[in-house]
Ligand binder design. Structure first.
Ligand SMILES: [Cu+2]
Length: 415
């Protein structure tokens, strides 16, 4: 063996060992409890896809083994042993017809369950319809009408976390306001693109209460990797409680006069309310005759944000993460407790929202100090000419420490 042969065989051996180690690590990853495992369906739609996928995998597996065995046999049988070149022939109609018909039959067999699954998945239920809008880089959900028998008397607008009743077929109507995104909760169904100017539907149904996570799966720009999402399934009774809470009037959670939160409300109106809506929020104003009146505080995100929308903050603390569901509002301990709660305890825990004991304020403070540093966004004020001065995402507002304290106190009460 020359030095080079020796070296190359050593490299090959090492390469093999490294490959085996990577493979073992990947397998170990599969064995762990992965929250976005498409092979662990948690509802009828995902189960349908998983069942179909398995059937097709077995059929193509068998075909694959037959083909590989035939190739291996031919390679072994006709290996060059110095024999004469075999007789050259052309065409074998019987064999060719057989090899055309056989795959055609296999494809027809495969097409039957596939096409029926596609139609099944495309059913348009109307037990609960929720509008879903993708934008750079978060998902907005709005509810109206009835959902799983629960009457939603006023529109509910929320972000990141989609709350649905368990055991109820939910129909999402998905669109986008800026670029193409794609909605995906792997344990509940496949993917659906969110395309500006179009409505695509997707069925979602979870068997059990719990947290089902996902992420945008169509590259949508700078912070695509920070565009996550979750579907939260609650029992119908808990879902009713969630709806009631979302529709509570602002006065139920209005800050008490003289508190830091009350100062925070004013800071919010001054700094944030041009983009973010807090429903029913009012402020002192004057009517045409100059009399003192209260006027509603209405956001105008169309003027400031490319997508024309910023997350509704009315009930921020009923969600567990923010800004594309990327940063936790809950401490690690509370989050783990919620995520690992058994289905019959999950709802009660979720409905508590972010309690002061469970609130992890570091993320929110950091966000208010400098959002683009946490999540890359196109917000550089010198660079917005191409977008009419509108930002994609939230700009750095250069808030002072006091303002941040006030805003955190105010936001902690938004539930
Ligand atoms: Cu996206």
């Amino acid at each position: 063996m020359t030095v080079f042969e020796n070296l190359s065989s050593r490299i090959r051996r090492r390469g093999f060992l490294a490959g085996a180690a990577v493979f073992a690590t990947l397998l170990a990853g599969c064995a762990e409890n992965a929250p976005q495992d498409t092979f662990e369906p948690a509802g009828p739609n995902a189960r349908k896809i998983d069942g179909l996928q398995r059937e097709l995998f077995y059929i193509s597996g068998i075909v694959g083994i037959i083909v590989l065995a035939a190739v291996a046999y031919a390679v072994w049988k006709f290996k060059d042993r110095g024999q004469d070149i075999p007789e050259q022939t052309h065409g074998n109609p019987k064999l060719e017809i057989l090899l055309t018909i056989l795959p055609a039959i296999i494809l027809v067999v495969v097409a039957v369950p596939t096409v029926s699954a596609v139609f099944e998945l495309d059913k348009k239920d109307n037990d609960c319809i929720i509008n879903v809008t993708g934008q750079q880089w978060w998902w907005e959900y709005d509810y109206s009408g009835t959902c799983g028998g629960v009457e939603i008397t006023e529109p509910i607008v929320t972000s990141g976390e989609l709350v649905i009743p368990a055991g109820t077929p939910v129909l999402l109507r998905i669109t986008s306001r800026d670029v193409i995104h794609s909605f995906w909760i792997p344990r509940l169904n496949g993917k659906r693109d969110a395309v500006p100017g179009r409505l695509h539907t997707l069925r979602l149904e979870a068997d059990q209460p719990g947290m089902y996570t996902g992420q945008c799966t169509e590259f949508c720009g700078l912070s695509h990797a920070r565009m996550r999402q979750a579907a939260v399934a609650l029992t119908p009774a808990d879902f009713q409680t969630w709806v009631n809470n979302q529709l509570e009037p602002y006065s139920a959670n209005a800050p008490e006069a003289g508190t830091t939160a009350a100062v925070g409300e004013e800071t919010f109106i001054a700094q944030c309310s041009r983009c973010h809506q807090v429903d029913d929020l009012t402020t002192a104003g004057k009517d045409d005759a100059g009399n003192d009146i209260t006027v509603p505080v209405l956001a105008e995100p169309d003027r400031y944000v490319v997508s024309g929308s910023a997350p509704n903050l009315t009930n921020l603390m009923t969600r567990t993460a923010f800004a594309g569901w990327t940063f936790d509002l809950l401490t690690e301990e509370c989050r783990d407790r919620l995520w690992n709660a058994p289905p019959d305890e999950f709802g009660a825990l979720y409905l508590q929202g972010v309690t002061p004991e469970c609130f992890d304020e570091t993320n929110l403070r950091e966000w208010l100090r400098n959002p683009p540093a946490m999540k890359p966004m196109y917000t550089d004020p010198n660079n917005l000419a191409a977008s009419d001065g509108k930002t994609r995402g939230m700009p750095n507002l250069n808030l002072t420490q006091d303002q941040i304290d006030q805003l955190v106190a105010y936001l902690l009460e938004r539930k």
